[in-house]
Ligand binder design. Structure first.
Ligand code: GUN
Length: 299
């Protein structure tokens, strides 16, 4: 039976370190880390995420501000707000919650965030730094950074000799995750919907990372015995066993059967999920340290 990787506990230890780093920055320099979150429209799930980001920022001792814009906000208004936040010295991190309403184009909005304040790590400058192996001076996208921290807990920081397979190639997760694994010396395969015989590709993985958005797609016979399985999926599915109309969250991995084969596995919920917010807080405190001309802590 696999070791269950406790993302809640790992996230709590990152949050404790961030809170301490924030307090010492403020006492030494008077700088209080500031995080601005921008949300457009009224998608309830996005609002729930944004509220928990704001709450966590306050818990870390940050200045936390939220801009909630109506669903019909124009591209120009949104980019103007980002420009104001770029110019605001009390704000060190800016996050524009995705997805944006359909009439808005996310790419120019992401590019309008100053790379030094891009705590989502989505700006091409930050994505490019990961691609060139510069993990020290940019900001790393939160979910891959959090997933990587969980991998490091099992394998340490050097993944030499290990095969890693990432299923999914999004800019938000799959691509940066593959690059972080590569920077840690893993031999990386980036698999996706067009990959032939995905099961046999996955069976080669010492570290298998699933980020496809398909409930329980990764079965036990895709998992190499003893492998570390990182499940990034969050899918809401019907759960008639809990009562009519009830739902539950499941990952991209068929957890119960995969846990019989894996060496270590992240649960859903309680695995990678809590790490995303923790790494967002880490990026914000890192950005604040840099602005204050101080060496940023590592997490
Ligand atoms: N929506 C879902 N995940 C994320 C994320 O990590 N960052 C942003 N900005 N939006 C998201």
């Amino acid at each position: 039976m696999a070791v269950v990787i406790d993302g809640k506990e790992a996230a709590a230890s990152v949050i404790a370190a961030v809170t301490e780093a924030s307090a010492s920055l403020e006492s030494e320099t008077g700088v209080k880390p500031g995080l601005a979150v921008v949300i457009v429209g009224d998608d309830p799930a996005s609002h729930a995420y944004v509220n928990s980001k704001g709450k966590m920022a306050k818990q870390c001792g940050f200045k936390s501000i939220q801009h909630s814009l109506p669903a019909d906000t124009s591209q120009e208004t949104l980019e103007k707000l980002v420009a104001e936040l770029n110019a605001d010295p009390s704000i060190h991190g800016i996050l524009v919650q995705l997805p944006l309403p359909k009439h808005l184009n996310a790419e120019p909005v992401i590019l309008s965030v100053s790379p030094e304040k891009d705590v989502d790590g989505l700006h091409v400058v930050n994505a490019g730094k990961i691609a060139t192996g510069d993990l020290a001076t940019g900001l790393i996208s939160c979910t891959p950074a959090g997933a990587m921290l969980l991998v490091n807990r099992i394998h340490g920081r050097d993944l030499s000799g290990l095969n890693a397979v990432v299923i999914g190639r999004s800019n938000l997760f799959g691509k940066p995750m593959g690059l972080l694994l590569l920077a840690a010396n893993a031999t990386v395969t980036m698999a996706h919907s067009k990959t032939k015989d995905l099961g046999s590709v996955c069976r080669n993985a010492d570290i298998l990372v699933a980020a496809v958005g398909r409930p329980q797609m990764v079965k036990a016979d895709w998992v190499k015995p003893g492998a570390t399985v990182i499940d990034v999926g969050i899918n809401r599915v019907a759960a008639p066993d809990k009562g009519e109309g009830k739902t539950r969250l499941v990952g991209d991995v068929a957890y119960a059967e995969a846990a019989e084969v894996a060496g270590a596995i992240t649960p859903v919920p309680g695995g990678v999920g809590p790490m995303t917010i923790a790494m967002l807080m880490a990026n914000t405190v890192i950005a604040a340290y840099r602005t204050a001309g101080k060496t940023a802590p590592g997490f």
